[in-house]
Design a protein around this ligand. Structure first.
Ligand code: CP
Ligand code: NVA
Length: 337
């Protein structure tokens, strides 16, 4: 397998064997990090991180991984660069590609991350667009493997807004890795038809299955993994909250839903999550809608505090694994082993 020079824009571009290799290398790097074995093997390289949207995990995972690998790293936030305002993405790509060995991009348009990859001449890593979030899926799958020892054959259910970057990417990942993916969501929040078709043809090869249901209980029944994400994603207007609460409150992952899954099931969330009184938005939304929809009172929206704080929740292990998997992606695509 040769990853050198390759970008990671979507997992659709990678074979199941290559995805497995990213996860295996991440496992090795995690072990080395925990044992204090240094791996500054890319000390002659520099990378730049371009963020049009906010981030905690993705930014920190890229920065710490780059430093662990011995690289120089520049962060460019939503303000403070010329990109998109005075300079096109195409020109930005041609400038940054002459200075840096790799580029991470988080933003809105998948076509922007594709443009960076086409014109920079260096590997580009998608740190989230409206359409996909591929590095998150690698961390999720490492976490699932650590828990169950394998991916193939597991029943994985995604609850909520299934046509966003997370729903799309998890469906692709599950199809690639031979898992049984279910989206439990209102019909018009299922992934788009074309992507479902693409994933169905991948699933034929890998013996994965894809199921779509509007019934959250059916999704939870016998599941190994229950996964959810925020109901309103970055870049969406505040006004959509009301519509989403109306549509998605039955899909909240709470103890009743978790009880329907297998006894040893795990709960996952890419984070950040609204699960209690400690966030401004969570409180604002639950005080606006809590009277009409009692299950969203108290600041818990897509998941309850009880579930996220339960023994079945692996969300912080999952967050840590962002770092180990992102490190594997940078290492391999920059030509390391
Ligand atoms: N899961 C994730 O991408 O988190 P951040 O938005 O904090 O990067
Ligand atoms: N769907 C979420 C994922 C955050 C990691 C968003 O795009 O905001």
């Amino acid at each position: 397998m040769n990853f050198k020079g390759k970008s990671l824009l979507t997992l659709l571009d990678y074979t199941p064997e290559e995805i497995k290799h990213f996860i295996d290398v991440a496992k090795r790097l995690k072990k080395e990090k925990l044992e204090g074995i240094p791996h500054k093997v890319l000390s002659d390289k520099n990378v730049v991180l371009l963020f049009q949207k906010d981030s905690t995990r993705t930014r920190c995972a890229f920065e710490v991984s780059a430093m662990d690998l011995g690289m120089g790293v520049t962060y460019i936030g939503p303000t403070g660069s010329q990109m998109g305002k005075k300079e096109s993405v195409k020109d930005t790509a041609r400038v940054l590609g002459r200075m840096y060995d790799g580029i991470e991009f988080r933003g809105y348009l998948q076509s922007d991350v594709e443009m960076l990859a086409a014109y920079s001449g260096v590997p580009v890593w998608n740190g989230l667009t409206d359409l996909y979030h591929p590095t998150q899926i690698l961390a999720d799958f490492l976490t699932i493997e650590e828990h169950f020892g394998h991916l193939k054959g597991l029943k994985f259910t995604y609850f909520g807004d299934a046509r966003n970057n997370m729903g799309n990417s998890l469906m692709i990942g599950c199809a690639k890795m031979g898992m049984h993916f279910t989206a439990a969501a209102p019909k018009h929040l299922w992934p788009n038809e074309a992507l479902i078709k693409t994933c169905q043809s991948i699933a034929k090869e890998t013996h994965a299955t894809l199921t779509f249901t509007e019934n959250p209980k059916e999704g939870a029944m016998h599941a190994d993994v229950l996964y959810t994400d925020v109901w309103v994603s970055m870049g969406e207007p505040k006004e959509v909250w009301e519509k989403r609460i109306v549509l998605l409150h039955p899909y909240q992952v709470n103890q009743n839903l978790l009880n329907l899954a297998k006894k040893e099931a795990i709960f996952m969330h890419c984070l950040p999550a609204f699960h209690g009184k400690d966030t401004e938005i969570g409180l604002e939304i639950s005080s606006a809608f809590g009277d009409r929809y009692p299950n969203v009172s108290g600041g818990s929206l897509e998941v309850t505090d009880e579930v996220i704080e339960s023994k079945q929740s692996v969300v912080f292990q999952e967050a840590e694994n962002r770092m180990h998997t992102i490190k594997a992606v940078m290492l391999l695509t920059l030509g390391g082993k």
